[in-house]
Design a binder for this molecule. Structure first.
Ligand SMILES: NC(=O)c1ccc[n+]([C@@H]2O[C@H](COP(=O)([O-])OP(=O)(O)OC[C@H]3O[C@@H](n4cnc5c(N)ncnc54)[C@H](O)[C@@H]3O)[C@@H](O)[C@H]2O)c1
Ligand SMILES: [Zn+2]
Ligand SMILES: [Zn+2]
Length: 386
């Protein structure tokens, strides 16, 4: 089959000779991919920032597909079902899945204790191949995948596998109270969705910070928020304090993660010398610009090694710092309702529709933030026209 083949940092191939996946366990399904997306999380892999990303891996954790085969134990899914597959691989029965912490399944990832398995996310994510391919093996097929609701656009459906629930959870983790000022760092798809969802929780003011003007413009339109370029500020923390009567924001959301820009020191330490897990500048700004007693919601991804975070501010300001991988399954019923009733429009974030054969160019463009890209969608050659 045709699938992404990772050859090393900044080297992605569209490989026509990858073996078709096979059923390995009675709970597996094989899915023929109809749409997949490239995520900011894939860029951490692409940039070589994630430990144990092995040559030969197929990335892709956001996809829809048609069930082609099921293992003998699968009861819910049938051959021919068109499903959306949440990015978390979850067993559904361990203590953490029972608490709906599907991103923290204790069974699906033999390589880590903090997080459960993910599709196409290095060996620290369990080593599962992902959906930037024509076919994928989907373990625990009865647990997380769901049939795409009738009448839902396939592009909305694929946006429900990660970005939409992740943005929503970023806002939810912020514990937003009515009238709160919410600052979102990062105007990528996740940050823009978080800004949009902040209003659903009753925010009174939403501000987004990035350094890419085209994304700030997009965010203003899509999420009805204020948008500012940190490259035009002497100090983003002072700017935000000033914008909030010197109190600080009620809630800060880090939707950037370990690939931030904005501090040369952190760049050298974390991205060139690899002495810490990437560049945590957005997290610094979030912690330092939230008010005393405020909440920082971290949805941007940080790897397991040591990070230079401002623990002093965190401790002395009594900040509640919350983070997690999104629990997609828990959120799906609510989000499907928002999409079907027109309150959320996830496919509005998709700016590029690219054949899977051209995936190396798609990574390059997304990484370099060329051509006003927000969210690239990949279409495999065997996907039916939807
Ligand atoms: N927790 C989860 O479940 C989950 C799921 C999906 C994605 N993520 C993570 O969310 C983050 C965002 O994903 P995305 O797809 O939107 O990525 P993206 O790379 O498209 O967007 C990141 C944005 O942050 C901006 N940025 C860089 N440094 C900044 C700084 N110091 N301050 C403010 N903005 C800055 C970039 O210009 C870019 O627009 C990534 O870290 C990704 O791994 C987490
Ligand atoms: Zn993703
Ligand atoms: Zn589990």
């Amino acid at each position: 089959m045709l699938a992404v083949n990772f050859r090393g940092p900044f080297r992605i191939r569209a490989d026509r000779n990858r073996p078709d996946p096979e059923i390995k366990h009675p709970q597996d399904a094989i899915v023929r991919v109809t749409r997949s997306l490239i995520c900011g999380s894939d860029l951490h892999l692409y940039h070589g920032l994630v430990p144990d990303t092995r040559v030969g891996m197929t990335f892709g954790h956001e996809f829809t597909g048609i069930v082609e085969a099921v293992g003998s134990g699968v009861q819910k899914l049938k051959v021919g079902d068109h499903v959306l597959v949440p990015f978390n691989i979850a067993c559904g029965s361990c203590p953490f899945c029972k608490q709906e912490l599907y991103g923290n399944c204790h069974e699906s990832n033999p390589e880590a204790t903090a997080v459960g398995g993910f599709f196409g996310y290095a060996h620290i994510g369990g080593g599962y191949d992902g959906g930037q391919a024509e076919y994928v093996r989907v373990p625990y097929a009865d647990v997380s995948p769901i049939v795409i609701p009738p009448g839902m656009d396939i592009e909305d459906a694929v946006m429900l596998t990660d970005v939409t629930p992740t943005g929503y959870q970023a806002a939810e983790q912020g514990g937003i109270q009515k009238g709160d000022t919410v600052v979102v760092f990062g105007a990528g798809p996740v940050g823009i969705m978080a800004a949009r969802c902040a209003w659903l929780f009753g925010a009174g003011r939403v501000i987004i910070i990035d350094h890419l003007d085209y994304r700030l413009e997009f965010a203003k339109q899509y999420a009805y928020c204020e948008a500012y370029n940190f490259k035009e500020m002497d100090d983003p923390v002072v700017f935000l304090k000033k914008a909030t009567d010197w109190y600080g924001a009620d809630v800060c959301i880090d939707a950037v993660g370990c690939d931030a820009t904005g501090s040369s020191l952190q760049n050298i330490l974390g991205k060139q010398l690899l002495l810490e897990a990437g560049n945590a500048t957005a997290l610094h700004w979030a912690i330092n610009s939230v008010k005393k007693g405020g909440i920082v919601s971290v949805i941007g991804v940080y790897g397991p090694p040591w990070n230079l975070v401002p623990m002093g501010s965190l401790m002395n300001k009594g900040i509640t710092l919350r983070g997690n991988q999104a629990s997609v399954k828990r959120l799906l019923p609510k989000l499907i309702d928002h999409v079907m009733s027109g309150r959320l429009n996830p496919k509005g974030l998709i700016t590029h529709r690219i054949p899977l054969e051209e995936v190396p160019d798609a990574y390059h463009m997304f990484s370099a933030k060329r051509d006003n890209i927000i969210k690239p969608l990949l279409i495999p050659p065997r996907a039916y026209a939807a």
